[in-house]
Design a protein. Sequence first.
Lengths: 366, 325
Amino acid sequence: MVKKATSDIRFAPTGMESPEKGGVQKGVDLPVATRKKHKSLGLTAQQLKDMYHQMYLQRRFEERAMQQYQKGKFGGFLHLYIGQEAISTGTVFAFNNDDDIITAYRDHGWGLCRGISANEGMAELFGKATGCSGGKGGSMHFANVKKHFWGGYGIVGGHIPIASGLAFANKYNANGRISACFFGDGAVDQGALHETMNLAQLWKLPTVFVVENNGYSMGTAAKRHTVAEIVDRAKGYGMKSAVINGMDVFSVYEKMKEIADDVREHSEPWFVEIRTYRYRGHSMSDPQKYRTKEELEEYQNIDPIERLKTYLDAEKVCKEAEISSIEEGIEDEVLAAVTFADESPFPDQSELYTDMFVEDNPYFHV
Amino acid sequence: MAVLQFREALKHAIDEEMARDERVFVMGEEVAEYNGAYKVTEGLLDKYGYRRVIDTPISELGFAGLGVGAAMNGLRPIVEFMTFNFAVLAADQIINHATKVKYMTGGQADCPIVFRGPNASAGQLGATHSVAYDSMYAQFPGLKVIYVSEPNDAKGLMKSAIRDENPVLFMESEQMYGLKGEVSDEVDFIIPIGKGKIKREGSDVTLVAHGKMYHLAVQAANELAKDGIECEIIDPRTVKPLDLELILQSVKKTNRCIVIDEAHPFAGFAAEIGFLIQREAFDYLDAPVLRVCLPDVNAPFSKPLFDAWLPSPKQIINAVKQVSY
């Protein structure tokens, strides 16, 4: 090792655009979007409208949630999915309804997509008894297990082996279901991912590992927190892999459908990097000094919801009035959800002691 | 009654439950082709095949978490750790996921899983292979923690653990696997979780001891009997839920109590029992509750140091004499 002055030693990646400072690094480079039209993707006009409905619902739900948070209606963390809606929507439309989905704490969109109503979602944020998790989970722990959405999880990477456990049980029971695990680019640095990828490939588990690479692990750009290309992690495990443009719902739908079919047919895992962008901070307390306004605008200019709206119009899938009516309906639904959450009761004090154990009169140490 | 080794009693329990319920499977390092690092799972691969008896890589975090997911999705995994000292790598899955998923989803998902394996020290294995974890895990809500001392308890409680609808930690000891004892051959022999047992009756002092420490308590009691001191030994068998009533009944009779615990002293099982006795039986005590446990020091390798580190019958005898004035 060549001897260096200690002032020259740095524990940060080198050879980047601004090596002097951690500073701003571009989040992600998007792969090209699919050029296919909806008909060749096998999507009907109604499905397209449903997709638009779902994406717009996720967006407006979170915008209203943010307002309520800022008004002090609820506390805790609030990690917004805004900008990433094409991923949840494209995936849920591509998968069977009984395929198992699990995600991290940026989970509102996934919950809404898998049947949690705006009412149940907003009430959960407010910590109310009528929330999807009875007010015990909050923003990070939306779940709708009956609809095979196993929830949002709060420990980065902690839910990754669980997703493979869901797949293990599906394979054990030969029930034809697959599982998919969604996590951020920050989680690719966790040992849990690597242990689980090895296990999944070794045992040929019907599961999909999906990195929603939004460019930032909290405030650290992907290029500053992880080496090489994320998708290339798959090579070390001999795992099939893909990179998808996550700002385009058609691209997500097309590739995730192909992957789901492949996983179901061959019972082999995939590692998928979906590149995307979150418009808001990591959580509500994030001053976002690690990125530029220009970068944010660049992605907002290719907003996945606007993109689908433009397509619906350009391809004459539906009339403008129909889109307006979808939007207005959601506007009302989300506002009503705020009222519902506000007016719902908090859980009864006795609920503190429920849901700890399965049995009716469990032991609690006092 | 049949005389079985500890490991055989465990295997019989697992085998019977696997035969009874197809959702039960075994997973862990060396459990299948190697027949188990300590032969607890010997023969199970031949009987149940590769679908239900599964060798894992050395990935405690990965396979423990996989077990949690499989349990949530309808199976009943028995996850073997080669020792609970290695399970520290999987602690996120045990503490943060297995015990919390039901609560944080408002009851939507259950996690019926057994994590099992040897606990604590097993001779001169050095600092990282010698820790008793039952007290630490008992600290966390949502877990049942069992640390048994004899083959009969091992069988009856293992069957209960596998049938339990919640996450259960089942602890054993490398040094007890060869221990023989009479095991009930009753069909479907079950010992409920949370029930302790009076294993020796006596009127002078209560010894509370579980797991490997139980056997030290027996040695000490036999020695003390020669001097006319009769110890009552309570084996709680289950650390949590704790059979406090059984301990209190005994203390109210003997008015003296020594807790023998394989954990380090701070905030461990012994500390908790001592607290509970002062709260519930203060007026019955004729002497302070004492404990014999590990010092607040890591396990040394060197034999004389190790012997000084591990609780001994002599320490128990000294403690009994200290309270028997």
